[in-house]
Design a binder for this molecule. Sequence first.
Ligand code: SF4
Length: 235
Amino acid sequence: MQCNVPAVAAPPVGSYPVNEIFESLQGEASFAGTPSVFVRLQGCPVGCPWCDTKHTWHMGPEREISVSAMGKKTELPCDSYSWCDVSTLANIVRAADAEHVVITGGEPCMYDLRPLIAKLEAWHHRVQVETSGTYVPLVTPTTFVTVSPKYEMPGGRPVLEEALARANEITCPIGKRREIGVVLEQLDPLHQSNGTPIWLQPLSASSRATAICIQAARRYGWRVSLQMNRFINIR
Ligand code: SF4
């Protein structure tokens, strides 16, 4: 298979490439309905074909903009990003209303997130990180880690046991019945041994996928997560 997944540039030390920062409600899983500040980092080499944030995949000087320009983006989605140091980034987050911070991407676990999260937690934010499970999450002990495992994607990165073991919850988009078998085989042992909740997410909220998820959740003790943002028409 031809792979056009991007190589990712090494970051300046102590900085993060930020695509956007915005406030909304967390729409999925354990924190559904929670007012949140979303910090979307740039860069992802995983290459999921259905990815809805492909604009975050690529990096390079031609896409770099100032922090102020990043904060004023009006055309979204947009593939530009700004390198932000910890203080700058934490101060932008602090200016928002929400206590809950979601660091997402892209693949945020490409970066050592500990300095940023430590600063935010010192300011009494609760931090959630959303990751594909293909990197070891470098986060603080109190970070809430959501792993949505991406198996056998074009980027060729394996899902890491260490990432799954760190998960506070696991989310799995489901479109077809046979995908339940993967969840059962690869992820249910973790649910059985650690009690890590497994959330099934019906793809496109279709009635067929939703029925498959509900049936599996009842049978195996998992949960169903509908993307509430779709229903109330917010991002
Ligand atoms: S891991 Fe996430 S950001 Fe990366 S390609 Fe897959 S869905 Fe997109």
